[in-house]
Design a protein around this ligand. Structure first.
Ligand SMILES: C[S@@+](CC[C@H](N)C(=O)[O-])C[C@H]1O[C@@H](n2cnc3c(N)ncnc32)[C@H](O)[C@@H]1O
Length: 268
């Protein structure tokens, strides 16, 4: 297993139980902005979503509805467990009872998330980005192909080879399907190292990033466009910077801020 994947697995297995609470503010911001970007992403209503590097399920939650079925894949077993536990206890009853009116009022919609719709949202342990395994046997079944939409929320900066990851996702789309990426604009290496001597130093920042499984310090518009085109999803490419900066609070009370972009393109 590549070092980057191993580092990610160890890091996210370690924080999975605490992830939603620890990053509540940032995840809430992202969920809101995802919902507001429904028209920009322009996924087929009622379609199937591949939520890659799904974590605890932020993207699946944000896009369903209008997405009818979500499949998550992630390298962290504990994040998968958290995703599936939430999928069993949460469901949006909006399409059944409320229609569009309530979808435009997400706060009220969240308040009535009740019931069970487990077959519509499920996550699996695995890695589609391994260069030595282009066709993982676990994901050979028809349910893992022909998605209407495939994307990654805040995961690309954790991947060893982003171009390969984008290609592997596009392969899983139906013709005309949508690829999207939500991630950070280029930023400084501002992670604090975990060792006392590292704190605040340039070396410490890089060490801290590696410990968190971080491989890239954000992406420029040009870089992302080239990635979409190289992967075969450059049709109707769109790139927008989200209005709200993302705020993460560290345990020591300091803040980490990120400007976030959302990019989308159709498979040609
Ligand atoms: C910052 S979290 C984002 C999770 C979720 N998408 C969200 O927006 O909350 C990054 C996720 O990427 C996963 N990950 C990292 N490298 C991966 C890879 N090569 N393949 C699949 N998942 C990966 C991690 O396990 C983690 O769950």
């Amino acid at each position: 297993m590549a070092d980057t994947v191993a580092a990610n697995r160890a890091h996210f297995d370690g924080i999975a139980a605490d992830y939603d609470k620890r990053y509540a503010q940032g995840l809430g911001q992202l969920e809101r902005q995802f919902r507001e970007s429904e028209a920009f992403i322009a996924a087929k209503p009622g379609g199937r979503l591949l939520d890659y590097a799904c974590g605890t399920g932020l993207v699946s939650r944000s896009l369903a509805p209008p997405i009818a079925e979500c499949i998550g894949i992630d390298v962290s077993e504990k994040m998968i467990e958290a995703y599936n536990a939430k999928a069993k206890t949460e469901v949006r009853i909006i399409p059944l009872f409320m229609g569009r009116g309530l979808r435009q009022r997400p706060a009220l919609a969240s308040a009535i998330n009740v019931g069970l719709w487990p077959h519509k949202r499920q996550a699996f342990l695995g890695d589609l980005t391994d260069p030595s395994d282009p066709s993982p046997a676990d994901f050979a079944g028809p349910e893992f192909w022909n998605f209407d939409i495939a994307g990654v929320g805040a995961g690309f900066h954790h991947f060893e080879d982003c171009d390969l990851a984008a290609k592997r996702l596009v392969e899983r789309l139906c013709p005309g399907g949508v690829l999207f990426i939500l991630d950070f604009l280029p930023h400084e290496a501002d992670f604090a190292g975990s060792h006392a001597g590292d704190h605040g130093s340039h070396h410490g920042a890089h060490h801290g990033a590696a410990q968190h499984g971080v491989k890239h310090l954000g992406f420029s518009h040009e870089r992302v466009k080239a990635m979409f085109e190289g992967a075969g999803a450059g049709v109707d490419f769109g790139f927008k910077v989200l209005e709200e900066e993302l705020v993460f609070r560290r345990d020591n009370g300091s803040e980490m801020r990120r400007k976030v972009f959302l990019a989308r393109g159709n498979k040609g």
